[in-house]
Design a protein around this ligand. Sequence first.
Ligand code: 1HN
Length: 321
Amino acid sequence: MTSPTPQQLAQSGSLEELYGQLGAVRMGAGWAKPTPSLWAEPKKSFAPFVWSYAQAKGALDAAGRLINTELAERRNLILQNPAGDYATSRTIVAAYQMIMPGEKARSHRHTPNALRLIIDAEPGAYTVVNGERLSMMPGDVVLTPNWCWHGHGNEGRACAYWLDVLDVPLVQLLEPMFFEPHPDDFEKESVVANASPMHFSWADTQRRLAEAGARSNGAPAEISLGDPALDTMALSMIELKAGQGTPPRKVIANSVFGVAKGAGTTQAGDTTLSWSRGDVIVVPAWQEHVHRSDDGAVLFRVTDEPVMEKLGFLREGKPAH
Ligand code: 1HN
């Protein structure tokens, strides 16, 4: 189609004719609202969902027979929201990853921020972040912020399984994506860190939860890891003692929960999700939700609240229940 001249556009005799000509100059009549650009409140386009660690472990064990880290670089399973084809939530993607004894996963760096919650591992499983070796034991959380080199290894006797959480969908949306493989494949380890701001141990978490629980007047205790840990994601651990439930919340922040311990249920909108250790739950923004546990549980929460807060979008809604 040839591009209409200014005169042809100016002489449009009807709205239909004008709309027809506008298409050719890649303009749209805002008043005709072909696709609404504003709506009264969040559309909740992502769904609350739960992923089973037992199923992921089965699939990762198969992948362990079928593909090595030489080929895969990362042996991981992306947790895809039923509402889309990649992301777990609008801004966050989560993945289960496994590395077998004796394997190493090459180092790389990227602008997306990443963190891991270790689910099952024995001594010898580690991550190297900017030259520091950090051990990965169950319940530990390790950070690999924006542009930090990171690779993984396993000198233990058992396969190591963990949950990765990254802000990849946010970086895709905003366009600042950069990625670089390490020039030597594997980074040289300069130090074996005893304590690092990139590492939160399960022992510390349990001690802090016990202290916070003693002061919480019967409500679930929540402690934050970092302040916030990453520019785009805040991390916390929530302890539900037997029979406890969280107060209902409805917030403009997307949350991914990893079950660090125990079992329970999450009610998010009309959806009830049952979970146990290692499972992953997503609660997208503006979904009123409650977590409960009959026998006690610890939930690891990752949210994009720092993004919403910095941009002035953070809101807490009034729960209906
Ligand atoms: C990634 O780089 C890792 O480095 C894990 O271990 C999971 C999921 C999506 C994109 C990049 C890792 C990832 C990832």
